[in-house]
Design a protein around this ligand. Structure first.
Ligand code: OFO
Length: 162
């Protein structure tokens, strides 16, 4: 069993993961509209990954006999003023998610909830990967600057994401 406070915090994180999925889908749609199919495909895969993250919380909450509570998902932004801005925003968003995962892990330690703390370690590691991969893309945008060739190359590279 987990505490009510822990269950509420896990439900909040499930909502943030669903919001992340929604946000990346909005970014995918933005790139579809710009005919940047590779960026759209990358964001679409990211959206699916975030849905999977949300489902990990969903299953864990049920597994520990707590109550899943689905709350409203905020409406994400749907337009950006430059091609690289969604990735810059994604980086900020992943840093925010990292902080919220770390806060959850702190709460689990505070509550001596070892099982939840172990469950959260997967997310702690995942966030290192997520921030690093988005940072890498943001850095590539800086490198290519205004080059159209660079943009097409990056679109193709990101479209190859498995
Ligand atoms: Fe983008 O990360 Fe979920 O947790």
């Amino acid at each position: 069993m987990i505490s009510e406070k822990m269950a509420a915090a896990l439900n909040d994180q499930m909502n943030r993961e669903l919001y992340s999925s929604y946000l990346y889908l909005a970014m995918a749609a933005y790139y579809e509209e710009k005919s940047l199919k590779g960026f759209a495909a990358w964001m679409s895969k990211q959206s699916l990954e975030e849905y999977e993250h949300a489902m990990k919380f969903y299953h864990y909450i049920i597994h520990v006999d707590a109550r899943v509570k689905l709350t409203a998902i905020d409406e994400p932004q749907f337009d950006w003023d430059s091609i690289e801005k969604p990735f810059a925003d994604a980086l900020e968003h992943e840093k925010f998610i990292t902080k919220s995962i770390n806060d959850l892990a702190d709460l689990a330690v505070e509550e001596k909830d070892h099982a939840t703390n172990i469950f959260l370690q997967w997310f702690v590691n995942e966030q290192v990967e997520e921030v690093s991969s988005v940072q890498d893309i943001v850095d590539k945008f800086s490198l290519i600057g205004d080059s159209k060739n660079g943009l097409f190359w990056l679109d193709r590279e990101l479209g190859a994401r498995q």
